[in-house]
Write a new protein. Structure first.
Length: 270
């Protein structure tokens, strides 16, 4: 036979129920508030959200069908030209003229070598990259290469800054364009934090948006993957984007142009 509950225990149970219900309501309300806040906690935009897409290439991409690249809505391409003071990319000329013929905006980049002077490297770049007012600004590629068999020098922050300034000034004076600095996460952290804010920065960040790796550093271009795919290129290719709209891109290119006397172009090439 079932025992009838004591009235006091019923009152106590009801009271307990009300307490539990009150706590549940508080938890649910808190959860709703968190969810509401989460709705406004937007993640940083992904690379596909930027309208101006580009690539960077070297001899490792082999033969490139540049007309297919152009048809894939690739707006710009940076092409490896030189490294150090005596190495040039074997496919530079093919890529340089092929990209232009297809209507792809292109520029050249130089991989900096710590065991040659900046003057030598700037002269080598100028020797190999034609003067073309329609080209994109030249790029100085700064990154560590600790596994190099020919150069073990690790310049200090002050040394790096002085050498970069020398290279950038010579190249800027010759081409009449403000150069871009390409940088990797570790090199930026070790040598460039808070420096060269007067130059456009092209950042490598393949593990997340640049704000995750570079904080509040202003950036102009973002290399977001080394395993991208683009029609006209067999295999992987570096993919990049510009921070802004197509109109912003046009304004950026116009602003990068500087006035230089013709005589400085001749003297720098000699």
């Amino acid at each position: 036979m079932r025992r009838r509950p004591d009235p006091a225990s019923v009152r106590g149970g009801a009271s307990s129920f009300r307490r539990i219900a009150s706590r549940l309501a508080t938890v649910v309300a808190a959860g709703l508030m968190v969810s509401a806040c989460a709705l406004f906690d937007f993640e940083e935009p992904g690379p596909e959200d930027y309208p101006v897409q580009g690539i960077d290439v070297s001899k490792y991409q082999g033969d490139i069908e540049w007309h297919q690249v152009k048809a894939a809505d690739i707006e710009f391409a940076f092409i490896k030209a030189t490294e150090g003071g005596d190495h040039s990319d074997t496919r530079f000329e093919d890529n340089w003229y092929g990209a232009k013929a297809a209507g792809v905006r292109r520029g050249a980049y130089h991989f900096y070598y710590f065991c040659r002077t900046p003057e030598e490297q700037a002269a080598w770049f100028i020797q190999n990259v034609p003067y073309d007012p329609t080209a994109l600004p030249p790029v100085l590629d700064m990154e560590w290469y600790h596994d190099s068999k020919t150069c073990k020098r690790i310049p200090t922050r002050a040394e790096i800054h002085q050498e970069m300034r020398t290279f950038l000034t010579i190249v800027e004076r010759y081409y009449g364009k403000r150069p871009i600095i390409y940088v990797t996460v570790d090199f930026h952290r070790d040598r460039l934090v808070g420096a060269f804010n007067d130059y456009p920065i092209w950042v490598r960040s393949v593990a997340g948006h640049p704000t995750i790796r570079y904080g509040d550093r202003d950036w102009t271009m973002w290399q977001y993957t080394a395993t991208g795919r683009v029609p006209g290129i067999r295999g992987n290719v570096d993919r990049n984007t510009f921070d802004g709209s197509k109109k912003d891109f046009a304004r950026f290119l116009a602003a990068s142009q500087i006035d230089v006397p013709t005589s400085s172009i001749v003297s720098s090439a000699e």
